[in-house]
Design a protein around this ligand. Structure first.
Ligand code: HXC
Length: 257
């Protein structure tokens, strides 16, 4: 891996992936994205990892797709490169992914943060889809996810002007879970990750899948989907353990079974 750093067990059952092209503000070139996809897929299969944290550095989570790599390309070149196949695979990750964002999360960087399940932001985080300023538009979900998160008016404004959204505004509009000082944003993401990593992993996976269904289907279908996953949790040992522990007034010992 050239552009990705992986650190396992930063907390029990929590793994950290760091985007590592600091000189280019972690611009997401094709190699970085496929390394990210490979690492996430490896962690999704890794028994010791329950939750994944993705971060950049203090100055930038990621300043977008790599403009220098895209600059001379034709539509056909872009179609053949088919980079969104990589993004689709990341989107299918079963385990929760938390984005720890400081500094710039722009274009593909903002889209990557939104592809994650939750966002912990530092006070310096700036979100935006500035593609319009370089003659293109969002391509990795920005028009869809930003609109779902912020509502039409604000999403339209950001996509058409390229303006940035401050951390405070991102919080007040529900794009991010929490903002904290720069010094502790990664710690804060680890704390959230550790709390989720201590939950029964099969229920976590089924619950993540169910919440995401809310963005795919109508309410009736979504409720049916949720109900089936709810029933499924009753086939796990962790459900028996969780309920027994409650009744016996002790801490549950979840085993992911
Ligand atoms: C390639 C980038 C880059 C990018 C920054 N750099 N963003 N290289 N692709 N997206 C490089 C710069 O060229 C420079 O390299 C170095 O990182 C530092 O950047 P500066 O511009 O000098 O830093 P600063 O003045 O602090 O400005 C920060 C910035 C600006 C406001 C974030 O870099 C910026 O506007 N970047 C582009 C943001 C953007 O348009 N993103 C959308 C991309 S399109 P050198 O070698 O000169 O030192 C996109 C499409 C997604 O994301 C859909 C498909 C996945």
């Amino acid at each position: 891996m050239e552009h990705i750093l992986l650190e396992k067990q930063v907390r029990p059952h929590v793994s950290l992936i760091r985007l590592n092209r600091p000189q280019q503000l972690n611009a997401l070139n094709l190699q970085l994205m496929s390394e990210l996809r490979d690492t996430i897929q490896e962690l999704d299969q890794d028994q010791d990892t329950h939750v994944i944290v993705v971060t950049g550095d203090e100055k930038a989570f990621a300043a977008g797709a790599d403009i220098k790599q895209m600059e001379g390309k034709s539509s056909v070149d872009m179609l053949k490169i088919d980079q969104f196949n990589t993004w689709d695979q990341i989107r299918k990750t079963k385990k929760p992914i938390i984005a720890a964002v400081s500094g710039f999360a722009l274009g593909g960087g903002c889209e990557l943060a939104m592809t994650c399940d939750m966002i912990i932001a530092s006070e310096s985080a700036k979100f935006g889809q500035p593609e319009i300023k370089i003659g293109t538009m969002p391509g990795a979900g920005g028009t869809q996810r930003l609109t779902r998160a912020l509502g039409k008016a604000k999403a339209m404004e950001l996509v058409l002007t390229g303006d940035f959204l401050s951390a405070e505004e991102a919080l007040s509009r529900g794009l991010v879970n929490k903002i904290v000082p720069v010094e502790i944003y990664l710690e804060e993401a680890f704390e959230l990750a550790a709390r989720i990593a201590a939950m029964p992993p099969i229920s976590v996976q089924l619950a993540k899948e169910s919440v995401n269904q809310a963005f795919e289907v109508g309410l009736s279908q979504g409720l049916v989907f949720e109900r089936k996953n709810f029933y499924l949790t009753f086939s796990t040992e962790d459900q028996k353990e969780g309920m027994n522990a409650f009744i016996e007034k002790r801490k549950p010992n979840f085993r992911g079974k």
